[in-house]
Design a protein around this ligand. Structure first.
Ligand SMILES: C[S@@+](CC[C@H](N)C(=O)[O-])C[C@H]1O[C@@H](n2cnc3c(N)ncnc32)[C@H](O)[C@@H]1O
Length: 402
């Protein structure tokens, strides 16, 4: 699988291994892979992290980055995942960032993704000194400049790093802040508001979270709180009202992308008995105060927010667009050259459709419908061409024209 960042990720793997070995006081080993003993050892940590961060969640908000075994497992397994997720989402941003700040950076996967995506200066901030040490060691190994800062927003008087930024990223950290449940929404939204005050006009705040029901819905609640405060969403939402995925307890929203999974990650997943094929994450890109929602291209637009829900002789997905979240379905017998695309859509694709009829609780397409790809998953929705403003008539002081 080749992505725009495949080569960059390939270059990171030996650096991760070298920094991990150095941090554990190990001698040299093969550059691009782990020895069978190392795989066994790291996989035990991966398993513990996976249970603690995704299943039982008792590690969320705990100081697991300060445990060398778990930090090592994070570095070799979750770092490449977060890096690839961030590269995917950063590819959707309208502008290339110059100055970036990565909050809750851990050992820096998102910070380095921002650097590789073109940022010139990046500051990584976290409360874990051990994680920041590894981020600095990686920067040295890669010959990159990375500033680091200790930061913990849950501490009184915890100031954000100085300066204004084109991009602030928060990778898999928001769900670890301020506890769990509804009570966490308001302090998380207040933090995001403070963070957005550090984002320059035209810049973005990217929040990425694990694609679990609980963490994804937590992010959607924060999204609604930010929208209610007047902030615009740059991606992935096109709907400006309260998130329709929150109506039913069983719904949530996440992205899924194929990725060039490094061999080390594959080996560790196997050894830890984890199933990890596609990249899955929930994300939200917010604009700073007083910026408008993106102007959308013309047409009846939907982002595909489900997998293919193919049934007997019929293709179906859930779409979410400027009019909300609806089921979209078409019978196989209505397939034509102009709507054929509907039968091969991926989660995240944005399409424009014509000729839909309300049917059941969704919309049906038929052989009169056209389906056009507006933006494939992972590509930003192109803005609508600016409307021509009619020339202003010349002002005149000649009263005889009145
Ligand atoms: C799952 S890791 C994410 C690391 C990296 N951003 C990524 O996307 O892979 C969560 C990070 O949040 C940090 N974190 C958790 N609670 C924090 C807090 N109260 N203040 C600062 N950082 C915190 C942890 O130290 C850890 O590095």
């Amino acid at each position: 699988m080749s992505n725009a960042y495949s080569k960059d990720l390939e270059r990171w793997m030996p650096r991760l291994i070298a920094v991990w070995r150095a941090s554990r006081g190990r001698g040299d080993g093969p550059e691009t892979r782990l020895t069978p003993q190392e795989v066994k050892e790291v996989a035990a940590g991966v398993r513990q992290l996976s249970l603690g961060l995704t299943r039982e969640r008792q590690l969320a908000g705990a100081r697991y980055m300060d445990d060398p075994k778990l930090l090592g497992a994070y570095l070799l397994f979750y770092w490449p995942v977060s890096y690839a997720q961030a590269r995917q989402v950063l590819g959707e941003l309208p502008n290339r960032p110059r100055q970036a700040l990565d909050l809750g950076s851990g050992p820096g996967p998102v910070a380095f993704a921002a650097l590789d995506a073109g940022a010139g200066e990046v500051t990584a901030a976290d409360r874990s000194k051990a994680a920041l040490n590894l981020a600095r060691a990686l920067a040295t190994e890669a010959g990159e400049a990375l500033a680091t800062r200790e930061w913990d927003p849950t501490k009184k008087a915890a100031a954000l790093p100085e300066g204004q930024f084109d991009l602030v990223t928060m990778g898999h950290v928001v769900n670890e802040l301020y506890g769990t449940g509804d009570a966490a929404t308001a302090p998380r939204a207040a933090l995001l508001e403070a963070v957005l005050a550090k984002v320059k006009r035209g810049g973005s705040l990217l929040v990425m979270e694990p694609a679990l029901r609980e963490t994804s819905r937590g992010l959607l609640h924060v999204r609604d709180a930010m929208v209610a405060k007047g902030y615009a969403v740059r991606a992935p939402c096109m709907y400006r009202g309260p998130c329709p995925a929150l109506v039913k307890e069983s719904d949530w929203c996440h992205a899924e992308r194929a990725w060039p999974m490094p061999r080390v990650v594959e080996e560790l997943a196997r050894a830890a008995s984890l199933h990890k094929e596609a990249l899955k994450m929930s994300y939200l890109v917010l604009a700073p105060k007083d910026e408008d929602w993106p102007t959308l291209p013309p047409g009846k637009l939907f982002r595909i927010v489900s997998e293919s829900l193919e049934g007997k002789g019929r293709q179906r997905y859930i779409g979410c667009g400027p009019d909300g979240r609806v089921g979209l379905a078409m019978q196989e017998r209505h397939r034509t050259e102009k709507n054929d695309r509907f039968f091969q859509l991926n989660r995240g694709d944005v399409i424009a459709v014509t000729q839909t009829e309300p049917k059941g609780d969704g919309l049906a397409l038929d052989d009169r419908s056209e389906v056009r790809m507006v933006a494939a998953a992972g590509r930003g929705v192109p803005p609508s061409p600016k409307e021509e403003t009619p020339p202003t008539p010349p002002t005149t002081t000649d009263s005889s024209t009145r």
